[in-house]
Write a protein that binds this ligand. Structure first.
Ligand SMILES: CC(C)(COP(=O)(O)OP(=O)(O)OC[C@H]1O[C@@H](n2cnc3c(N)ncnc32)[C@H](O)[C@@H]1OP(=O)(O)O)[C@@H](O)C(=O)NCCC(=O)NCCS
Length: 308
């Protein structure tokens, strides 16, 4: 297909959302297209350049790719989103978009390109295995699978395990642990807690969760000292995470209480289920919220400049 690959400005983002609504074959992704595009395209920073490419046929946008550079490793580029209109598939549009992304991100210093989420802003950890054409295209275009990731689904229908009342919060209160909703003013203390306790920088995800519609966070504290937090909605309204409990407070039930508070909030926005994104401790989420593994993702990588 005769397409021109162009860089898209912010003014084209509504057209990107329209295209993603049609081109993301999984309904749960199509439904969240506005939040996904906003989270991926609008969050460039000095150390996280974002690339938005469009494939244009005549005057029509038939394909889109959003990529970015890793904040943690200046030699890694990411493809965060790739979608081609259903009527334009199997005509080289995806290939052309990826080739231009490889060229552009290599120019910014990427030695490798990952078809994988670039935290803190990601819409998927990798390619959902049910996007079979994308799996085929990744393999055909020289990417190799190096990791697998999964989400867990927590049902939020009335009466579900995630929403069942427990007396855990009262037991924590007996031990002097208070649990409450986090407010925007809590951001500096929460970000510092996350950094010193877990070494990771969750500032951006916390900032994306506090004080925004369809997003939020809860925290546990004793005598003003933060013992744990849980957040949801920073990149996608239906996605939960991140969360963390101080190692000294593990096993006290704080994590389960914080998780269920967030899930109750998400249920109150009308969601029938929440996605616990890019999961680590499967048994914890299974026990605390009746969650089950559902979405599975393959993560791919490719050396650029012919390196391996
Ligand atoms: C994945 C996607 C972007 C591919 O776009 P495309 O423009 O159709 O891809 P191309 O025509 O450039 O295909 C490149 C190669 O990929 C492989 N491929 C693509 N679609 C395929 C399919 N349905 N079955 C088998 N192989 C396929 C082929 O080898 C193809 O080369 P060939 O046609 O010369 O054999 C498109 O199918 C899409 O938008 N899917 C839905 C969204 C999605 O899955 N996004 C990624 C998940 S985040």
């Amino acid at each position: 297909m005769d397409v021109e690959i162009i860089e898209l400005g912010q003014d084209r983002l509504p057209a990107v959302v329209d295209l993603c609504r049609r081109a993301l074959d999984l309904p749960e992704d199509a439904a969240e297209a506005p939040a996904i595009v906003d989270a991926l395209a609008a969050r460039a920073t000095a150390d996280r350049p974002v690339l938005a490419l469009g494939a244009v046929h005549g005057t029509e946008l038939v394909g889109v790719l959003i990529g970015s550079m890793s904040q943690r490793d200046p030699h890694l580029g990411h493809v965060d989103l790739l979608a081609v209109a259903p009527e334009a598939r199997r005509r080289g549009v995806g290939r052309a978009l990826l080739a231009e992304a490889e060229r552009h991100l290599a120019g910014l210093g990427a030695a490798e390109l990952l078809l994988a989420g670039n935290p803190p802003y990601y819409a998927w950890p990798g390619i959902d295995v049910r996007y079979t054409p994308a799996v085929c295209a990744a393999l055909r275009l020289g990417y190799r699978q190096d990791r697998t990731a999964w989400n867990m689904t927590a049902d939020l229908a009335a009466g579900s395990a995630a929403l069942r009342p427990t007396d855990a919060e009262r037991r924590l209160a007996d031990q002097g642990v208070a649990v409450r909703r986090a407010e925007p003013g809590d951001l500096p203390a929460l970000a510092a807690f996350a950094r010193t306790t877990f070494g990771g920088a969750w500032d951006a995800e916390l900032a994306g969760s506090l004080g925004r519609p369809d997003a939020g966070a809860h925290l546990a504290e004793r005598d003003g000292e933060i013992l744990g937090f849980a957040a949801y909605g920073s990149s996608r309204p239906s996605w939960f995470g991140p969360m963390g409990t101080a190692p000294a407070a593990e096993g006290s039930g704080i994590g389960g209480v914080l998780l269920r508070r967030c899930l109750r909030d998400q249920a109150a926005t009308g969601l029938g289920a929440a996605q616990i994104g890019w999961v680590g401790p499967v048994p914890f989420y299974a026990n605390a919220a009746g969650a089950r593994i559902e979405r599975v993702f393959f993560l791919y990588r490719k050396a650029l400049n012919g390196q391996e």
